[in-house]
Each structure stands twice: as structure tokens, then as C-alpha cells.
Design a protein around this ligand. Structure first.
Ligand SMILES: Nc1ncnc2c1ncn2[C@@H]1O[C@H](COP(=O)(O)OP(=O)(O)O)[C@@H](O)[C@H]1O
Ligand SMILES: [Mg+2]
Length: 350
């Protein structure tokens, strides 16, 4: 596979009347990357994908693929394959005919189409179902058929819009793993829309976090998880989400529920902050912030504790040691480098 499928969005704005669905969106995707557009519903992910595919035109800004400005070019000339949430298979056609369809549109010969369809179907393990109609397939098989139809074109870019959301939980996990393997083996650039942070975290090489028509943060999933650059990203990523606690900072520590926790981030002077602590970073300790266990959610290998710290509510996830009982009194702490500080006004990381 040659190095192709690079994408660049430059200052893309999309207006629907007075409403800005995208407000100055810029990002770049490298060849061969699995890139996720992650964000809550309505944040502009699908709009971004549709503009990349050429199904929608931006109000302003430019889109480049492989260095070429394609903002004004027709969807059919972009060499892109798209897989949607609804599989959009042709119900009256067989699996074979569905997969062959893009090649027939491209006027390939019958002799060339047969082997190409076979190969694509084999890659997603539906080559034994070629004579069936979509209505005779399970949800997972339909999704594979849609993938095969995308693979068969050997397009330079794969766009996927919530492709797993119609599958049940178990199949979603299996298909997720297969999708990643498939993308790796094809070496194709993939742009993947999802509102599911776990899906983005596990699939993506890099991701852009969308909120209200803007990209809040771009980076590798582990980076974004470790250093969210705003309160909104911090609250969106991680399950359960980060504890976010209004507090006062002074001389290298923050005060929470009457106790002090040392921070590794140092600020000049005293100030109000929002303290972020991941549930997994909360430790049960001999001395620290006094807490009462309100609720225990035992998940088997981990447990989620809802803690009442003198009126401040903190969630902890513990994965080893004895699980405390509901009603137990204990104390908690967190290591200095696990404490994130945000500005309550700008909502940005300090
Ligand atoms: N044709 C349209 N007319 C008006 N508003 C639209 C249109 N298409 C999308 N929007 C709005 O733009 C915003 C972004 O939509 P979308 O990109 O589909 O979000 P996402 O995929 O992140 O859920 C939403 O608020 C949606 O209601
Ligand atoms: Mg969408």
C-alpha cells in the first residue's frame, strides 16, 4: 500500500441558517492512521465526515486529501469508501451483488469483479453467504457485507459513522477487534465516528474530541486520558468519569472537605480551582480525607465506591484489596501527580 489517505481540514465552518454545526474545525490525519472523531451527540462528528466524503459542502474552509484541495470536487471523484450506522445494503440484491455494485458502477469487467468480490468477502468471513439477501443475514453479517463493499473498491480512505451501534454488546466487542485487525491488514486510513469513548480509546491511533462544533483536544487516546486539556474533556473521557471538585489552591496543595492534598502542578499564589481526580486514582489510606461509603457497585474484578466526604461526593474505583461495606468509614487520598487542576472560569487545564 502506498502512502495515501492523508487528510487535512483547514478552518472548516458549517452553518445551517444561523446555527454553526462546525466552528472553525482544523485537524490532520496521517496515512494509515485509525483516527476517531469522538464526542457527544450533536457535536458535529457526522457533519465532519459528510464534508470529508463530499456529501455536504462546508460554508467556508478547505479540505485536502493527499495534499490536493478537494473542497469543491464531487463525492464520486474522491476515492473514499463509507460505512454508515445503518448498513444501507440493497435489500433486493444478494450479498454478492451488493459487494459487486461499486465495481459495476466503475465499469469493471465481469472477469475482474468475481475474484475481487470473493477476496473482499473472504477478508470479512462472509464468503459462504454470497447467495443470500441482506434480510437473511444477522446484524453482524450485514455489517460485514457493508465492510466488504467498502473494501472491494480499494479506496484510499475508509469513513465509518458509528458502524457498530446497531450490534448487541457481545458482537460489538468482537466486531471492534476485527475491524481494527482489518484496517491494519489493509493499511488503509480510517476515520471513525463514535460517541462511545471506550470504542475510540480501544480503536484509535489518535482521536479528536468534538464538543459543540469544535475540536477540544486532539491526541493519542492515552495522552488525552492522561492529560485532558479542559473540564469538558475530563468529564467526557473515562468510565466512571473523572471526579471534578471545586476547591481552593494554596502553596502546593488543595483543600478538599477540610483536608489537604499535595499537587505536583504548582500555581503562583492562592486561587480557586477545579480539582480533577480519576476514580482509579483514589486510594484508600490510613490517613487522608475522611469518607463514608454510600454505595458499592461490585463489578467482579473492580468495584466502584460512591463516597461521601463531608458533603463532597467522590467516586473511587478499586481493583484490589478488600472491598469495604456500605456505611463503612474510611479515609482516602490521591498521589500528587494524579491530581489535575482546571480553571473554573475558562474551564481549561491550568
Ligand atoms: N441539515 C441540517 N439542518 C440543521 N441542523 C443540522 C443539519 N444537520 C445537522 N444539523 C445539526 O448540526 C449539529 C451537528 O450534527 P451532527 O454532525 O450530525 O452531530 P453528531 O454526528 O456529532 O451527533 C446538530 O446539532 C444537528 O442537529
Ligand atoms: Mg452522528
Amino acid at each position: 500500500m502506498n502512502r495515501r489517505g492523508q487528510v487535512r481540514f483547514e478552518n472548516i465552518v458549517k452553518m445551517h441558517g444561523d446555527f454553526a454545526a462546525l466552528k472553525d474545525v482544523s485537524f490532520a490525519i496521517e496515512s494509515g492512521e485509525f483516527f476517531a472523531l469522538l464526542g457527544p451527540s450533536g457535536s458535529g462528528k457526522s457533519t465532519t465526515l459528510r464534508i470529508l466524503a463530499g456529501l455536504d459542502a462546508p460554508t467556508s474552509g478547505r479540505v485536502f486529501i493527499d495534499g490536493q484541495d478537494i473542497t469543491a470536487s464531487d463525492a464520486r471523484d474522491r476515492d473514499i469508501a463509507m460505512v454508515f450506522q445503518s448498513y444501507a445494503l440493497y435489500p433486493h440484491m444478494t450479498v454478492y451483488e451488493n459487494i459487486a455494485f461499486p465495481l459495476e458502477m466503475a465499469k469493471l469487467s465481469k472477469a475482474a469483479i468475481g475474484p475481487a468480490v470473493q477476496e473482499a468477502a473472504r477478508k470479512v468471513a462472509i464468503d459462504h453467504l454470497l447467495d443470500r439477501k441482506p434480510g437473511q443475514l444477522s446484524g453482524g453479517q450485514q455489517q460485514r457485507c457493508a465492510l466488504a463493499r467498502a473494501i472491494v473498491r480499494k479506496a484510499r480512505l475508509f469513513l465509518l459513522d458509528e458502524p457498530l451501534s446497531n450490534l448487541d454488546a457481545k458482537l460489538r466487542l468482537e466486531t471492534r477487534t476485527e475491524l481494527k485487525k482489518l484496517q491494519r491488514s489493509l493499511g488503509v486510513t480510517a476515520v471513525y465516528v463514535t460517541h462511545d469513548q471506550e470504542e475510540a480509546m480501544t480503536l484509535a491511533d489518535r482521536m479528536a474530541v468534538f464538543m459543540a462544533g469544535q475540536i477540544q483536544q486532539t491526541g493519542r487516546p492515552a495522552e488525552v486520558f492522561a492529560r485532558p486539556n479542559s473540564i469538558d474533556v475530563a468529564a467526557f473521557i473515562g468510565s466512571p468519569p473523572m471526579n471534578l471538585i471545586p476547591a481552593r489552591y494554596s502553596s502546593g496543595s488543595v483543600e478538599i472537605a477540610g483536608s489537604r492534598l499535595e499537587t505536583s502542578q504548582k500555581e503562583a499564589g492562592d486561587r480557586d480551582v477545579v480539582v480533577g481526580i480519576r476514580p482509579g486514582a483514589v486510594r484508600i489510606a490510613a490517613c487522608g480525607i475522611p469518607a463514608t461509603v454510600e454505595l458499592v457497585e461490585d463489578l467482579g474484578d473492580t468495584a466502584i465506591l460512591d463516597l461521601d466526604c463531608g458533603g463532597t461526593f467522590i467516586r473511587a474505583r478499586i481493583s484490589d484489596g478488600d472491598i469495604p461495606h456500605e456505611g463503612a468509614a474510611l479515609s482516602i487520598t490521591a498521589r500528587a501527580h494524579d491530581i489535575h487542576l482546571f480553571d473554573p472560569t475558562t474551564r481549561r487545564r491550568l
